[in-house]
Design a binder for this molecule. Structure first.
Ligand code: ZN
Ligand code: ZN
Length: 413
């Protein structure tokens, strides 16, 4: 379709600039709600490209809403940009080597999520302008995906109301549509207060806050035996947050997967494989066995030869089949919160070295690699083409809207 080719050509001809945006966010890792540099870079870029930008929306200083066009149809893009604490790591180095000990790093690839959503939206804006296509694009700058759950705060304030679709992507181990729901999550903040006393002279007067925290945690360990097998309990000292599972939309998701097919397999070069090879070769036998087991699960249609070949590759170039598993995926995301408000679809694109998982130093180290850039641009192209579908295909909008209503079964956020 020549209209979609215009979107792809726009992204390819500006690819250097877009790679730079992802890299600049990688260079300034910021955590939770405190993301001034990353938010400003995306907001300023969108403003320069003709978007109306409101910063500090929903009471969050580093959340923003960037709008192009007016009325409907309307498509939202969920840009994330927060990093993970303590994950500082030098780019391209295949061993654990922090840039700055204890500093944050982009171990979940949110630098590329922010850039990919921006690029997708800019491509559609360019198309709308040149072809006088009506509609509205809204890029949401969403801080604190990893902890704090920025989208939950934004959802509660109606940020995602009145849209025909919400699109995004996430770097992952495989390239496919995010077809499963996720676990909803409840974050609870407990404060323990002790009483200070001299540990040697008057220990009987002291009360230890740490003891209380440990006792509670011990209780939780016993509780684990008696919770459903699909539930997870994690502990850390975080912030308050929201709770909502991810509402899968098959109509929109299928359309997005069709677009993903058009831009896959990922166009890795020999250089990309060479760059990932030393990371891949460091993985031990257990990790390699786990990789093969996972590939078997995700690519059930592959022959043994195909599986062995993919398991021996430093990068995962395959496109995983479209699937809408009934059981929830063993992870949580605040995209779930947004998905209660509009039909939502997101793709995942392989990002780190084959066999390494999100939140690893390997993912930080590979965050500025050719493979990571290709993941970001592939996601951006898929997002752009799907936004185009939503803007131009009334039947798709109606089908997705109807399904969303059925999925919600009257539930209110
Ligand atoms: Zn993430
Ligand atoms: Zn993450």
């Amino acid at each position: 379709m020549k209209e979609k080719q215009q979107l792809l050509d726009y992204i390819d001809s500006n690819a250097d600039f877009f790679r730079g945006i992802s890299d600049q966010i990688w260079d300034h890792p910021e955590v939770r709600f405190d993301t001034p540099h990353s938010a400003k870079l995306l907001a300023d870029t969108l403003r320069e490209q003709g978007f109306d930008v409101e910063e500090g929306v929903c009471g969050l200083p580093h959340a923003f809403r960037a709008t192009y066009g007016a009325g409907s149809p309307a498509v939202g893009f969920l840009a994330e940009y927060d990093a993970l604490p303590g994950m500082s790591q030098q780019a391209g180095v295949p061993e654990r080597l922090p840039l700055l000990e204890g500093a944050p790093g982009h171990a979940c690839g949110h630098n590329a999520i922010g850039a990919g959503n921006l690029v997708g939206a800019l491509a559609v804006r360019d198309f709308m302008q040149r072809n006088h296509l009506p509609g509205r694009l809204v890029v949401f700058g969403c801080p604190a995906e990893e902890s704090g759950f920025g989208k939950a705060v934004m959802a509660r304030q109606g940020a995602f109301d009145g849209l025909d679709a919400l699109l995004t992507w996430h770097p992952m181990e495989d390239t496919t549509l995010w077809g499963g729901s996720c676990l909803s999550i409840a974050l609870i903040y407990y404060t323990f207060q002790g009483v200070a006393s001299h540990a040697a002279a008057a220990p009987e007067k002291g009360r230890s806050a740490l003891d209380a925290a440990e006792l509670m945690n011990l209780g939780v360990q016993f509780l684990r035996e008696h919770i459903p097998s699909t539930a997870r309990i994690h502990y850390a000292f975080l912030d308050v947050g929201g709770a909502a599972d991810y509402v899968v939309n098959r109509a929109l998701g299928t359309a997005m997967y069709e677009n993903l097919k058009r831009v896959t397999p990922l166009p890795y070069t020999k250089e990309d494989y060479d760059q990932a090879r030393p990371f891949f070769d460091r993985e031990d036998g257990d990790a390699k066995a786990a990789l093969l087991a996972r590939l078997r699960r995700v690519y059930p249609h592959f022959s043994k030869e195909e599986l062995d070949s993919l398991a021996a590759s430093p990068l995962n170039h395959a496109l995983a089949p479209l699937a809408f598993p009934a059981e929830a995926m063993m992870l949580s995301t605040d995209v779930g919160d947004a998905s209660w408000f509009a039909p939502t679809a997101q793709v995942t694109v392989a990002y780190g070295p084959n066999g390494s998982a999100p939140h690893s130093w390997q993912w930080v180290a590979m965050g500025k690699s050719g493979a990571a850039h290709k993941a970001m641009l592939t996601a951006a192209k898929t997002i752009a083409m799907t936004a185009y579908d939503v803007l131009t295909d009334g039947e798709l909008r109606e089908k997705a809207r109807k399904e969303h209503k059925e999925n919600m079964r009257g539930r209110v956020y």
